[in-house]
Ligand binder design. Structure first.
Ligand code: NAP
Length: 257
């Protein structure tokens, strides 16, 4: 009998940005269940501490890091605190993100700047700090960038968001090649629509409900449906997966409608 590959993360230290809600919080729960020690990063400390209590009660090792991901100067101290308490982060999920949909003609310079900074530049700086530490420690690692189907296609009102996520996908490919010599894999997830704080108000409207009916599966994804793909990219089960952007969208990104 051949061994089934393991999706477990025992012994790994996972740093998850945007862990205070939605996709990041769900991935933090599942990574802790899979055996990883987890570092929860975001601005809303109360949310992070509530999740911390839940995970500690289940026996996980957890660290809370209150951080504005756009504060690049604070990253070395944030990583140092994770390293001191859990060890070097060898799984990093660049998940923090914002969306401020507006038509191109109404997108202000501030919105463009905030979108590029939070969705792309923060991931750049987090990855640079993470990779420097992994290289210094001679440890392999897995970086997972949470992009979007809007990095692969377009949607009216999402020019800034799509550009930021497409930049993230481009960075994913470049770093996959540069880091292969360090045994650090870099991949991206491209979620379709998942109902979270980012879009809950819209999907509660009649227009939002109608929109969901039109995408191929006729429904939004469930957060649990992102767990398997994320574990594949993070764990040794995905040891030969590098530089990919994996859509998790029920086929949304291949539909011609
Ligand atoms: N939901 C979807 O349908 C969907 C689809 C494709 C891609 N995505 C992507 O998935 C990721 C997670 O989004 P979500 O849907 O889970 O939305 P969400 O519930 O609004 O979560 C966004 C997370 O990002 C964090 N964040 C935002 N700005 C930050 C900053 N300056 N510093 C630190 N953390 C910051 C937020 O934490 P704080 O506010 O506490 O800082 C929050 O934890 C995003 O990158 C999003 O673009 C979502």
């Amino acid at each position: 009998m051949m061994n089934t590959p393991s999706f477990r993360l025992d012994g790994k230290v996972a740093m998850i940005t945007g862990a205070s809600s939605g996709i990041g919080a769900r991935l933090a729960q599942s990574f802790a269940t899979a055996g990883a020690a987890v570092a929860l990063v975001a601005r809303r400390r109360d949310r992070l501490e509530a999740l911390e209590q839940e995970l500690l009660a289940s026996g996980a090792q957890v660290v809370v890091v209150e951080l504005d991901i756009n504060d690049h100067a604070a990253l070395p101290a944030a990583f140092a605190s994770i390293e001191a308490r859990l060890g070097v982060a060898d799984v990093v999920i660049n998940n923090a993100g914002i969306a401020a949909p507006a038509t191109f003609l109404k997108t202000t310079a501030d919105v463009l700047h905030d979108t590029m900074s939070t969705n792309f530049e923060s991931a750049w700086h987090v990855t640079q700090e993470a990779a420097r530490r992994l290289v210094a420690a001679r440890k392999p690692g897995s970086i997972i960038n949470v992009a979007s189907v809007l990095a692969l296609g377009a949607g009216p009102g999402y020019a800034a968001y799509s550009a930021s996520k497409a930049a993230l996908v481009s960075m994913t490919r470049s770093l996959a090649l540069e880091f292969v010599r360090y045994r650090i894999r870099v991949n991206a997830l491209a979620p379709g629509w998942f109902v979270t704080e980012m879009n809950r108000d819209y999907f509660a409207t009649a227009a939002g409900e109608e929109y969901l009916k039109k995408i191929p599966p006729g429904r939004a994804g469930q957060l649990d449906e992102l767990v398997g793909p994320a574990l594949l990219l993070a764990s040794d089960a995905g040891s030969y997966v590098n530089g990919v952007t994996l859509p998790v969208d029920g086929g949304h990104s291949v539909a011609l409608v």
